[in-house]
Design a protein around this ligand. Structure first.
Ligand SMILES: Nc1ncnc2c1ncn2[C@@H]1O[C@H](COP(=O)(O)OP(=O)(O)O)[C@@H](O)[C@H]1O
Ligand SMILES: Cc1cn([C@H]2C[C@H](O)[C@@H](COP(=O)(O)OP(=O)(O)O)O2)c(=O)[nH]c1=O
Length: 205
């Protein structure tokens, strides 16, 4: 039987890594032996290229192709083999990040970047079975990022407002796949909410 693919999405500082880290330690979740992964991938040729691109002034279209190449590598080497082995795969960011972030970076370059980027993925990507969208106002997430001490070129208020809007549109267009979580609550609350919904899904499938 094919496994299940679960993804976490949200703007920078929405708390994805924090909640995924907690899930890795949750005994009830651990019982399902999930494979935890992320995009951009780490320590790979394509992941390293992406890392360099997002730390520099790389052309936005080139950046899209680098993220997409990393996705292809991620699918081929990890996601598809794991799913074929019946595993539960949990990814911190996935294709919706491309639709939302590059949907904004390319808005002056392409007529309808969101649809164009979705088309680019069509026919070879794997659509997640369940996606948690950690939704938060960028004013709050940027403040959190400041405390974390990292600075990504994407951590800008206006930019993240646009990214959040696309995430919410993607969720509204596909309510069967998306679960929207209020990520402005205390971390314990966010984790409890996610774990509850995730266990419901895993026990049902
Ligand atoms: N629910 C929360 N309330 C307050 N701070 C949080 C919450 N979740 C995460 N944080 C903090 O916010 C920062 C960004 O969280 P992180 O999980 O790294 O976000 P992401 O992976 O989505 O970029 C971290 O310093 C983290 O400790
Ligand atoms: C996967 C992906 C990430 N990104 C962006 C989101 C982040 O700002 C940055 C790096 O991702 P990540 O390391 O997950 O950042 P964070 O922990 O702050 O959420 O790359 C894209 O623009 N497109 C993509 O396809």
């Amino acid at each position: 039987m094919r496994g299940k693919l679960i993804t976490f999405e949200g703007i920078d500082g929405s708390g994805k890594s924090t909640v995924v880290e907690k899930l890795q330690k949750d005994p009830e979740i651990k019982a399902f032996k999930p494979v935890f992964t992320r995009e951009p991938t780490r320590g790979t040729l394509t992941g390293n290229a992406v890392e360099k691109a997002i730390q520099s002034d790389t052309d936005q279209l080139a950046e899209l192709f680098l993220f997409t190449a990393d996705h292809a590598e991620h699918l081929a080497k990890l996601i598809k083999p794991a799913l074929e082995n019946g595993k539960i795969v949990i990814s911190d960011r996935y294709s919706d990040s491309r639709y939302a972030y590059q949907g904004i970076t390319l808005k002056t370059r392409l007529e309808n970047p969101l649809e164009w980027i979705k088309d680019l993925h069509r026919g070879w990507t794997v659509i997640p079975d369940l996606t948690f969208l950690l939704d938060i106002r960028p004013e709050i997430s940027i403040e959190r990022c400041g405390k974390r001490g990292e600075q990504s070129k994407f951590e800008k208020l206006e930019f993240l407002r646009g990214v959040r809007e696309i995430f919410l549109k993607l969720a509204a267009d596909d309510p069967e796949r998306f679960v929207i979580i209020d990520a402005s609550c205390f971390p314990e609350h966010v984790e409890k909410e996610v774990a509850k919904k995730l266990l419901e899904f895993l026990n049902r499938n």
